[in-house]
Design a protein around this ligand. Structure first.
Ligand SMILES: [Fe+2]
Ligand SMILES: [Fe+2]
Length: 218
């Protein structure tokens, strides 16, 4: 697989997943009778993803930091801190509304979680490719989430997602920078595209689970 072929397929997967996430999110979040309970139940797996990234990036740094430019190590530490902060600020809102923040992987996120650990075992850029696809897929939902949280009286959650939206921009660009800088071999490209394809399949199922369109439309 050439570099060009990699980027064409990789960007195509991200676009496909962004379209899927946007479609599911719109159907879920714009429903007239959307309840706070449904919202918080959809937020809990997403809150888990925040703390899961603290473990993923921590492990990535421990295993592979020597392969990266120093400035990218610093940037990854900021990324790790942001994810811990996202877990904290979402969890605080959950608790204020009487919900327990997740401390273990929720069932719908298990396959997503397992793939991240598998990718971390393969090589450093495979892991980065997997989470770059995952993180990028959440970006088109941000405005939908913020707007509709406000619509149904969840201003506290809207404010949290305004903050997260800004940070995600940085995370998505950092992932692409790391791949452009450090993914050099055919083997790395093969692993990275393997991870991206698998992630796409898991995320399709995940979005159908947390934004369950079928039950919503009936
Ligand atoms: Fe995050
Ligand atoms: Fe992030």
């Amino acid at each position: 697989m050439t570099e060009e072929q990699f980027w064409t397929e990789f960007n195509g997967i991200k676009q496909e997943l962004m379209d899927k996430a946007e479609e599911n999110a719109k159907t879920f979040w714009t429903r007239e009778d959307l309840t706070h309970e449904e919202v918080f139940n959809s937020i809990i797996p997403r809150d888990w993803h925040e703390i899961a990234y603290v473990s993923f990036i921590g492990t990535l740094l421990q295993k592979y930091w020597r392969e990266y430019d120093r400035n990218l190590v610093t940037a990854l530490c900021k990324h790790l801190w942001d994810e811990a902060n996202h877990y904290e600020i979402i969890s605080r809102v959950l608790e204020n509304h009487g919900y327990e923040p997740p401390t273990d992987v929720p069932e719908p996120s298990q396959a997503w979680e397992d793939l991240h650990w598998e990718a971390l075992e393969k090589d450093s850029t495979c892991a980065i490719a997997v989470w770059n696809v995952s993180e990028t897929s959440t970006t088109p939902q941000m405005d939908i989430v913020i707007e509709n949280c406000r619509r149904i009286g969840l201003d506290d959650l809207a404010r949290v997602y305004e903050k997260i939206k800004k940070d995600e921009d940085f995370h998505c660009k950092l992932g692409v920078n790391l791949l452009e800088r450090h993914m050099k071999t055919e083997e790395q490209r093969k692993n990275a595209i393997w991870g991206a394809r698998k992630l796409r399949d898991h995320m399709f199922k995940l979005y159908d689970s947390i934004y369950a369109i079928e039950t919503v439309q009936s």
